[in-house]
Write a protein that binds this ligand. Structure first.
Ligand code: PLP
Length: 368
């Protein structure tokens, strides 16, 4: 969509869209953002990491061009081994997918195709449950607690003989909240005797406590637990589509049969390099933390309630319908997150670059 069309659709024709000079071409890491600045929109809606990919990863991708005439399957083994070593599992426990969404959908298909029930929090990231619902599963949606955490006790109570899988997103999207590790481990141990537990860990890299465990620890104990991870967030690789699942090898092979979108050869090269690039990983976390502090202090200034975030986004209560809030930010050329029913007077904002978040904070001061 060109700029004029966008302005027309957004109802902003005639309104000049301010673009911060500091955002234009200031460094190589800002180059990917220029496209969005050119389009007049600051995208704080999809929990991307606009600092990525790192220069080292860009080089690895460029070097991969010469291999584009080859099928990628021969490159999977090395990446699977790297992932397996990182998590202390075997390669046979790893399923590579084109983005973790594909792993979520393949699991939704594998466990939902013959009907049955799936239990999930509400609101939660929907890729697995929507797909499962589409192929015939019934979804039990369990409201979050008043503190906006998963209600694990209520989820456990819903389990019946028809339950095929319980979906947990930790940290959760859209709230950014994190379950106490012991509660989740205990839940997984109890529940996985009766059904499969899926732990979506797309944002686990952002958790500040270095000792907070991945539920991969339960996969290693042989439990009925599946974990998903992604290169889209802290590694800044959302556009290339690569992620993975970790599960017991019999479960991994079962899901592998349903995977349709396998990673391409450039995605594999990018992921391998990204896993080695500790400097960029740390840089991304530091920037997300800096951005979150800016957002928190602006929300506090305006007495707006928010959930302390363990992710690269912040969920805050506006007290107004989200459509109104989206429009108000869009008038300032900022796109915030979509509606998350039933929390329709809350808004999710992603951490963009520091400059973009600065503009979000200024917009927030003027809207509220
Ligand atoms: C909780 C959660 N899981 C999975 C994904 C999917 O990410 P990707 O398919 O890019 O790996 C997202 C994307 O925003 C997410 O928020």
């Amino acid at each position: 969509m060109n700029r004029r069309n966008w302005l027309r659709i957004a109802g902003l024709s005639g309104v000049s869209v301010a673009v911060a000079p500091s955002l234009i071409g200031s460094s190589s890491s800002d180059s990917s953002i220029n496209e969005m600045v050119d389009a007049g929109i600051i995208r704080l809606s999809s929990n991307e990491n606009p600092y990525g990919p790192s220069d080292k990863v860009k080089k690895a991708i460029t070097e991969g061009f010469d291999s584009l005439c080859r099928y990628p399957s021969s490159t999977y083994r090395a990446l699977k081994e790297m992932i397996a070593n990182r998590h202390g599992v075997q390669s046979s426990n790893v399923v590579l997918t084109a983005g973790s969404n594909e792993g979520l959908r393949a699991t939704g298909l594998a466990f939902g195709i013959n009907g049955g029930e799936i239990i999930a929090a509400d609101p939660v990231y929907k890729a697995l449950i929507s797909y499962a619902e589409h192929v015939g599963a019934y979804i039990h949606r369990v409201s979050l607690t008043p503190n906006l955490d998963h209600n694990l006790a209520a989820m456990e109570q819903r389990i019946t003989l028809a339950t095929k899988l319980v979906f947990v997103c930790n940290p959760n999207n859209p709230t950014g909240s994190l379950l106490p590790a012991k509660d989740l481990q205990e839940f997984c141990r109890n529940v996985s005797d009766r059904t499969m537990v899926f732990s979506d860990e797309a944002y686990l890299d952002y958790v500040a406590d270095p000792n907070y465990p991945s539920m991969v620890s339960l996969v290693k104990e042989g439990e009925n637990v599946i974990v998903s991870r992604t290169f889209s967030k802290v590694y800044g690789l959302a556009g290339i589509r690569i992620g993975y699942l970790i599960a017991r090898s019999d479960i991994a092979s079962r899901i592998q049969k349903y995977v349709m979108a396998a990673p391409n050869i450039l995605a594999v090269a990018a992921a391998k390099e990204a896993m080695e690039d500790e400097e960029f990983y740390k840089f991304s976390l530091d920037k997300a933390n800096e951005a979150k502090e800016m957002i928190y202090s602006t929300l506090e200034e305006r007495s707006l309630r928010y959930v302390p975030s363990n992710t690269n986004f912040v969920f805050f209560r506006t007290g107004k319908p989200i459509q109104e809030i989206q429009k108000a930010y869009m008038e300032k050329s900022i796109r915030v997150g979509r509606a998350f029913s039933p929390l329709l007077d809350w808004c999710r904002v992603s951490t963009g670059t520091i400059e973009e978040v600065g503009q979000f904070c200024n917009a927030t001061r003027s809207i509220f």
